[in-house]
Design a protein around this ligand. Sequence first.
Ligand code: GLU
Length: 315
Amino acid sequence: MSGGPVGRFAPSPSGRLHLGNLGCSLLAWLSAKSRGGKIVLRIEDLDAARCPRVYADQLEEDLAWLGLVWDEGGSQGGTHGPYYQSECSEIYTQSYKKLEKMHLVYPCFCSRAQLHAASAPHTSDGNVVYPGTCRDLTPAEVAAKAQVKAPAWRLKVPDEVISFEDGCMGPHAENLLTDCGDFYLRRADGVFAYQLAVVVDDARMGVTEVVRGADLLSSTARQLYLYRLLGLKAPAFAHCPLLLAADGRRLSKRDGDQSLENLRGKYTAPEIVGKLAWLYGIQPEPAPRTPESLLAEFDWAKVPKADICIPEGLF
Ligand code: GLU
């Protein structure tokens, strides 16, 4: 193994990749490869019903078409892969049990509608800061509620500020209790939550550098807390600016026009990579480029912190 950083692509295959997913993958690839590192591909299909394997296969094909080649994982496996989160619940169970033993996990019976109806403050990513409604239920109350519905499971968080230096966004700090609240570890149907799976996986895959969209910046404090509780070494984080449609909307997998399905019919891979590299400030014009040709120019200091609007007509 090389001595450089280990980065990763961690897409959720609930649809075709859009430009924002591609942009983050490009930055993750450049960041790791420009320092002699490698990339692991992990398919984040925890919600297996929403993430059919055909999308995962398509996504591999799209990344490879763009020249964003990974070193481990994916359907070919590499040294240790393939990594499909939907196949790893045994592994997540072990970490979950450790947290249970610390008496930090409790059942929560609140419905989404109840949480949103309460006038609790919202987190920066639009969720409700959990007000702790089910935190101190007595065993009798839990037993009575469990007759009516299966609970989800939350992790108790302390009233503590977690700070870190983000490789793109700079210093960031969040109070676990007041900015987020106790968070989900497991859904009522037994599926493990993203926050737990991502920490366990990044640690066991030896990831030393997480590059992802700024919409996940506010998850990082929760994840750092989990690393600490589980005695795992946390990676470095760099959150890249979001790409927005020309009218300021966030791109989503439902945006057909910015999905690879449409773009592959219109542009070559170097044309798409070159336009993305220009949007992120890596090159001064949107000229066609291969990922390799950008390695020498890549520098996080060039990447803007604010969201980026894709100008009309660029794609
Ligand atoms: N699977 C997540 C997504 O596709 C990314 C999670 C992460 O990078 O930590 O949005």
